[in-house]
Design a protein around this ligand. Structure first.
Ligand code: ATP
Ligand code: MG
Length: 466
């Protein structure tokens, strides 16, 4: 009656209709393009007339389904024949939906062979959630999205890279044809990777951290350690007046000031002074790079750092720098792979708690300052809830856990329920896409990367061969 939703039934024998598939409905007066959202087998009683040996009614099994009409013209209709759309018919509909903004071709439609899967670049002014179980292809496919953003848009990227997966983001694959390779290398020329041994190296000034983060890495609680905490705050408020603490944490230990020296001792005992991330004055601080608009994409190579504490601190410093300077209103896509570690729902330490809180602030209010999130995880229920629930775009890859899927159904209610179920049967690289960046929730298959992969899976030569 609404000209949009329809129900159908069909024989289970040779069933050609599947959830997510595209169909043509023909009511004798014209054709409509639509999509199947759900198919299930049902039992129905059917009357039997004059068949010797059979009762007057039998139970038969048939396919029952639901779908929606995707054409703009949505006149009500009563009855129509339904058949799968050809790849050309699906391609024609998607060609008409081509975004006005740049089209990010990330692969092709899973159920319409050869039809490009185009994400609307403009849709990245919303937060995006990507999830799938380990090995489903998140990191690889996220790379495909990042490459397209680099190639087709001017959006700045700041990428928290926990496993050094994107350290070759600027290097095009040798197998690419010459034109594509050159175009990509050109676009990626201003990608910078900051890692432990990069040039410039990934370093941070103690003085560039939030006071809360400074206290957290020294293990200071504002109440339990009130004297030391107050001394730290006082030192930070009046740098130079009570013995020079300059830019670094190492100066604390050498200070003339007994309170500063006590803080330095604390840092030394905690092992904080041994971290490699401290800038000793000579090198640029990561916080400058995070705000440097001439760096088109900044890969923060957390995987190169020696300790989990340093990784947490660098992630926190990156997020809080972006948030503190939000009034610049410079659009940035903040990419967080393994988001359940960077902004978990239940942080296990003080620095991660600060990072998770900042991520939640960016999720809730970042959009109006041009701060957009793209977070990826295998554990949706372990990610900060505010971060997850503020996402308007979804990329769902293979996911077996029923409890995770039930949770996603609840959070991403704009995606038809029947489509989410298919995630249990996805192969690597297959995904459900839905939200502001895709015309209609549906299935896609990610294409090949343009750049070299970084820390790929460990080779399995140890397994031997026959
Ligand atoms: N579309 C693809 N084409 C070719 N190889 C792929 C594709 N997707 C993933 N791979 C390969 O499969 C492996 C696992 O993929 P990936 O690292 O992206 O999984 P993941 O979902 O990020 O897993 P985890 O949650 O453990 O980080 C990688 O070695 C990657 O190179
Ligand atoms: Mg991964």
């Amino acid at each position: 009656m609404d000209g949009r939703s329809f129900e159908f039934q069909s024989s289970l024998h040779g069933l050609t209709l599947q959830a997510g598939g595209y169909v043509i409905l023909d009511d004798g007066q014209g054709e409509r393009f639509g999509q199947v959202l759900k198919v299930e087998a049902v039992s129905e009683r059917a009357a039997v007339h004059n068949v010797p040996g059979l009762a007057s009614d039998v139970l038969i099994r048939l396919a029952h389904g639901e779908g929606i009409v995707l054409d703009r013209d949505q006149r009500p209709f009563h009855q129509a024949q339904v058949r799968p759309a050809t790849d050309e018919e699906a391609g024609a509909w998607f060609a008409r939906q081509r975004p006005h903004r740049a089209a990010l071709t990330v692969g092709e439609l899973l159920l319409a062979h050869g039809v490009p899967a185009n994400l609307d670049a403009g849709g990245f002014n919303r937060h995006t959630f990507m999830c799938g179980q380990s090995g489903s292809g998140k990191t690889y496919s996220l790379g495909v999205v990042l490459e397209q953003l680099i190639l087709k848009t001017k959006l700045r990227l700041v990428i928290l890279d926990p496993n050094s997966d994107y350290v070759h983001l600027a290097d095009s694959r040798p197998a690419l044809d010459a034109d594509t390779g050159a175009a990509y290398r050109d676009a990626a020329a201003k990608v910078q990777v900051w890692g432990h041994e990069s040039d410039p190296p990934l370093r941070l000034r103690f003085m560039d951290l939030d006071p809360a983060a400074q206290a957290a890495i020294l293990g200071l609680d504002p109440l339990a350690d009130r004297f030391e905490y107050a001394a730290l705050m006082d030192l930070l408020r009046h740098p130079g007046e009570r013995g020079e603490i300059g830019t670094g944490i190492h100066e604390l230990a050498q200070s003339e000031d007994p309170e500063a020296r006590a803080l330095g001792l604390r840092a030394a005992n905690l092992g904080v002074l041994d971290w490699s991330v401290w800038s000793r004055g000579q090198s640029r601080s990561l916080t400058d790079a995070v705000l440097d608009d001439s760096i088109r994409a900044l890969v923060v190579d957390l995987g190169s750092l020696g300790t989990a504490e340093e990784q947490r601190l660098i992630a926190q410093a990156t997020l809080s720098t972006l948030w503190r300077h939000r009034h610049r209103r410079e659009p940035v896509l903040v990419v967080i792979d393994e988001a359940h570690n960077v902004c978990p729902r239940e942080p296990a330490d003080a620095v991660t708690r600060l990072a998770a809180n900042t991520a939640a602030l960016i999720a809730a209010e970042g959009r109006k300052f041009g701060l957009y999130l793209l977070v990826s995880t295998q554990r949706p229920q372990k990610v900060n809830e505010e971060v997850l629930t503020q996402c308007d775009n979804l990329l769902l890859m293979r996911m077996n856990s029923e409890s995770d899927l039930a949770y996603l159904r609840e959070v991403f209610s704009f995606v038809p329920q029947g489509l989410i179920h298919r995630a249990t049967a996805f192969d690597q690289g297959q995904s459900l896409a839905g939200g502001k960046f895709f015309p209609q929730p549906g299935f896609i298959r990610f294409g090949r990367r343009l750049s070299e992969e970084g820390g790929a899976d460990i080779a399995t030569e140890w397994a031997g061969s026959a």
